[in-house]
Design a protein around this ligand. Structure first.
Ligand code: FES
Ligand code: FES
Length: 168
């Protein structure tokens, strides 16, 4: 079995780990680092439940090898709240009842974080297009889009780590 030594920064903390060359990033996060907020919904790159930020860009972590993340910065859902306060996007999901079982929510939030950083004035259509790779089996998308638009309108949706150092 071939292994690689990787050095990554996860939610602001440096991690040096020996990983199996074939280990997927999602399993490195969940099993090695116990960051189980990142979910596995399909394992076939369809559902988006495993979405995290890799150097600020949303990626499906079931499509990336842990070894490919070497030297990079990873942000997971555990890394976006600060000071005991939910991230504005998380707060908006709560206020707009944009989740039921919550399984898709971490991936939705991370995908939206990336989208709203690139497009702070995203329209409903932009948000829907941006979430094409994220599936929700129970809430439906209306409340999720409303939460995203509301957080965007507050101007704070893109705040937080993994965005090149912008202040919260
Ligand atoms: S688990 Fe990665 S896209 Fe579904
Ligand atoms: S809230 Fe249950 S899958 Fe989206």
């Amino acid at each position: 079995m071939s292994t690689h030594r990787i050095e990554v920064t996860v939610n602001g903390t440096s991690q040096v780990t020996e990983v199996d060359a074939r280990q997927l990033l999602v399993f490195y996060l969940r099993e090695d680092l116990h960051l189980t907020g990142t979910k596995v919904g399909c394992d076939t790159s369809s559902c988006g439940a495993c979405t995290v930020l890799l150097n600020g860009e949303a990626v499906k972590s079931c499509t990336v090898l842990a070894a490919q993340a070497d030297g990079r910065e990873i942000t997971t859902i555990e890394g976006i709240a600060a000071g005991g306060r939910l991230h504005p996007l998380q707060q908006a999901f709560r206020e707009h009842h944009a989740l039921q079982c919550g399984y898709c929510t971490p991936g939705m939030v991370m995908a939206l974080l990336s989208l709203l950083r690139e497009q702070p004035d995203a329209t409903d259509q932009d948000v829907r297009r941006g979430l094409e790779g994220n599936l929700c089996r129970c809430t439906g998308y209306t409340a999720i889009v409303a939460a995203a638009r509301s957080a965007a309108a507050s101007g704070a949706a893109a705040a937080g780590p993994g965005n090149g150092g912008a202040d919260r």
